[in-house]
Design a protein around this ligand. Structure first.
Ligand code: ZN
Length: 591
């Protein structure tokens, strides 16, 4: 029989006895809470034991409830006020009267220290409630959580695509969906998001309002539209003028943002007008005073929570300094195989706002072990299936185009795609395709930088190179046969390239981990190029371990050993010098 975690002899049992003894000896009075009293706390948290205690202070006796849950002593001792009345009336009180106290070391570090600290923190908090200035400041510091705690049951949450750095009161676009409401800057932004999520039919977008408050709302929060208007008059002067332009029919969604010491916060509201109210039929043509009067008399005000779904939040919780630059960047990814698909996925995750994918091939089952796509996409074009997945997972991306053709055909049809890219990423994995791209690039003036990524034999090393179009060319790095002019590895045996039995395709087996290391190397270089952190041109190498290379039957070249630290046999990364070779086509026939 499995033992209960709280069995006698458990840490729970032993520490609980110590805690009860300390309370009996030190509190003015102590009484064990009954099971009914514990469940009557009405919180999500289940408490395993609790005591009602009176603590003597200079200003009189202070009653508390001391509570422990089933994870005690690895979880903190909780202290609650004696009644639940303080919830939403005083700061740092959770449902049931539970006090939200500073995080302290777990009671495992010493039960006496833990209970003394918990009760002192509780007394300090209750003491603060006497000071209205402190109470207001504390409510404002965490106004979003207080707002959300009192939100209407069943209220539809808002997903916001709004630009949180724009602090101007303004008209926004709103779409009502099943289970969530979408709010964005423009209807175009919402429709693009919905289309990426696979919503094909026409979606109805209505206007809403974004309101910037000069300070956060405090309890009691507005319950009726009239109370809201009074608050806006005080804290958002241009809000009334904006609301006067908006329809009084249907649900009007308001997103409000306010500053707090812990950063700006977003809260949501809906002014709902009864659908069957005749007086509203022509209300959109009403004069503003009449519109406000109708809202005040006939409409309800609902409170709702907001989740940020905007790019700045998704890609760094609003703190990523590179996010704006990446969002405005376009990466043209040529080749969506095991490396290119993963690089595209990483760039999307990193917040690159525009991705253009090209690959003429279909995904096969044998690709799935290393590809960003799974078995659902087998027999589909790699670029199309990948773009579809990225749109679904990152619907806020501004552009995810796919072209089921070779890079050469894409260039023939749309050379401007190449000219407009911020970076071109070649994960073609074939010299025949890479070589021609390198030749094209060397002949252009003003073309975007090209990042080339590939793996060496058996994934024993991987390479990421960025070239600018002037200076060294791809031919300076790779010889006429597509192999490195200065190789990392040497191979003595035949049969280096393994042939798949069924057809003429050649492949060198390497695993998803080696592909992953190459993916990280190439993605990082792309991001560094886009954010101006990489010097262009440059050549970065990730070399695997000596044992991996030996197992595959190879050895390090003398050139590689110049970079490998003496006596070190593990994997490592380094940068190789990249100079004009003087021998290749591009060097022989300069532009
Ligand atoms: Zn050269």
């Amino acid at each position: 029989m499995p033992e209960s975690l709280l069995e006698s002899g458990s840490e729970f049992d032993r520490t609980k006895v110590l805690l009860a003894r300390w309370l009996r000896e030190n509190a003015e009075s102590t009484r064990v809470l009954t099971r009914d009293e514990l469940s009557a706390l009405g919180t999500d948290r289940r408490f395993a034991a609790g005591w009602r205690v009176d603590i003597e202070t200079a200003s009189g006796v202070q009653p508390f409830r001391v509570l422990i849950d089933e994870r005690f002593p690895y979880s903190p001792i909780r202290v609650a006020s004696n009644t639940a009345d303080h919830y939403l009336r005083h700061p740092h009180v959770e449902p049931g009267g539970l006090l939200c106290l500073p995080r302290r070391p777990a009671p495992t570090a010493g039960i006496e220290q833990a209970i003394v600290t918990a009760l002192s923190d509780a007394l300090a908090l209750v003491g603060e409630w006497e000071d209205p200035v402190v109470v207001k400041a504390e409510f404002q510091r965490e106004f979003v959580s207080y707002w959300n705690r009192g939100k209407d049951k069943g209220a539809t949450p808002i997903r916001s695509l709004l630009d949180a750095t724009n602090k101007h009161t303004r008209r926004i676009a709103v779409w009502f969906g099943d289970g969530y409401t979408l709010a964005g800057e423009t209807s175009q932004q919402l429709l693009s998001w919905l289309k990426n999520r696979g919503r094909s039919q026409e979606s109805k977008v209505v206007p809403g309002a974004f309101i910037y408050l000069d300070e956060p709302p405090v309890l009691p929060f507005p319950q009726r539209p009239g109370e809201l208007f009074a608050m806006l008059q005080q804290h958002a002067h241009s809000a009334a003028a904006l609301l006067a332009q908006l329809p009084a029919q249907g649900d009007l969604v308001l997103v409000a943002q306010a500053p707090s010491p812990s950063g700006d916060g977003l809260i949501g509201m809906t002014i709902s007008t009864p659908k069957n109210f005749d007086g509203f039929r022509k209300s959109n043509r009403l004069r503003p005073q009449a519109k406000f009067a109708l809202w005040k008399m006939k409409s309800d005000l609902g409170r709702t929570s907001i989740d940020r779904f905007d790019s700045a939040w998704i890609h760094g919780r609003g703190l990523n300094r590179d996010q704006r630059r990446l969002e405005a960047s376009t990466a043209l990814i040529l080749g969506c195989g095991s490396l290119g698909s993963q690089v595209a996925h990483r760039l999307a995750q990193s917040g690159v706002g525009r991705l253009v994918l090209a690959d003429p091939e279909q995904l096969s089952a044998a690709n799935v072990g290393r590809h960003a796509l799974g078995i659902d996409s087998v027999n589909m074009n790699k670029a199309a299936a990948l773009a579809g997945t990225l749109r679904l997972h990152f619907p806020h991306l501004q552009q995810t185009d796919d072209h089921p053709i070779s890079w050469q055909s894409l260039y023939d049809q749309n050379p401007e795609i190449f000219e407009r890219a911020s970076v071109i990423v070649s994960c073609l994995g074939e010299w025949s395709a890479d070589g021609q791209l390198g030749e094209w690039h060397a002949r252009q003036s003003g073309a975007p930088p090209v990042v080339y990524g590939w793996l060496d034999e058996f994934g024993t090393a991987s390479h990421a190179i960025v070239l600018s179009g002037t200076g060294p060319a791809l031919g300076c790095v790779l010889g006429p046969d597509g192999t490195l002019r200065t190789p990392e590895t040497l191979w003595n045996r035949d049969g280096l390239v393994q042939a798949e039995p069924a057809c003429g395709t050649l492949f060198q087996p390497y695993g998803p981990i080696d592909a992953g290391l190459a993916e990280a190397l190439v993605s990082r270089l792309c991001l560094d190029v886009l954010t101006g952190k990489a010097k262009v041109p440059c050549h970065r190498v990730h070399a695997g371990s000596t044992s991996q290379l030996m197992e595959a039957g190879g050895q390090w070249s003398a050139d590689h050993l110049k970079y490998r630290p003496t006596g070190f046999e593990g994997p490592f990364g380094y940068e190789r010098p990249l100079d004009v070779c003087g021998r290749c086509q591009s060097c022989q026939n300069p532009r």
